[in-house]
Design a protein around this ligand. Sequence first.
Ligand code: GLA
Length: 385
Amino acid sequence: MTDIRDDVRAGFAETFGYEASGIWSAPGRVNLIGEHTDYNEGFVLPFAIDRRTIIALGLREDRLMRIASEFADELVELDLSELTPENLTGWSAYPLGVAWALGEHGADLAAVPGFDIFVDSDVPVGAGLSSSAAIESAVALALNDVWALGLDRRTLARVGQLAENRAVGAPTGIMDQSASMLGETDSAVFLDCRSLDSEIIDLGFAAAGLEIVIIDTGVNHSHATGGYGERRASCELGAKLLGVTALRDVAVADLDQARTILDDVTFRRVRHIVTENQRVLDTVRVLREQGAGAIGDLLDASHQSMRDDFEISVPELDLAVETARMNGAIGARMTGGGFGGAAIALVPVDAISRLQVAIDGAFAEHGYGQPDTFVVSAAKGAGRD
Ligand code: GLA
């Protein structure tokens, strides 16, 4: 970690010719359970991971914003007076989108100074681990500090989400940025996406002798196009036909009646959300009462629901989940928005190497590209370093 911070500092000085005034960082996230429930005003239980995006920032005397990074050759420049979502393209839409979104949350963009930012990250991109939320959260926190805006972390999560929705064009919810902003070591963030009330829940993985293994299938996904928006539209249609503000307001006991009102596809989309919300509540209760060793069935049920009812899994994710279950995992599911990305498996420490070998073998046998399999732990959220 220290290495990346030193690299970012050096990269900043080399690119911009002066020393940065500070270093900020924010983590990616894994969602333990509660998928596609966030934009239905329901519950989620993600945790921030020990993979971070690090930024170095220096304020300028003029109104220019300049963005450079370790992973792209280009240096992007834009004047604050030209900052609109429409003017933003490529990966710099994430950091610059945040600057714009801060304006929507009260920053006086006609008065603030410009800045230079240099970015590096060890959050894998496209793996469903929220590399985008990591950069949004790091930039939101840094600009909140240097522009002295005084916004709290909940609001900064909203800022990141707005940047994602408007500048990047992905109709995503509030989960990823909240996890990145609010995460704590060895704990998950239990978030009510309606009230934005959150509670830190002890995961107790170490006490139970368990680890979370990520299986990154390498299958690329984008939430700015296609499936994600379609699922969101189905949920909104379901809520409308059932006469509720959001699917959060439908209980498991209401499903029999919902079946008589909705077409088959809409009903199954709704059933996923309603049962998934309940699974989040159950997971929190089981973690508290029995510990992490008892949540495996809930993770498995979540995957089945996403595979069969919400239909957002892909064959590579199903294979990862099945292989993990047959090789020692006590529970496994795809994580994140779906259509690619990663699965998580909850695995006893002494079964991890066997599981990794089995996953590699199963992917080779099916002619799929080799997945990337690694352990993550629950880490602290965004901060100034
Ligand atoms: C993506 C989105 C989140 C959430 C998940 C699915 O990660 O960014 O807001 O909707 O998908 O749970």
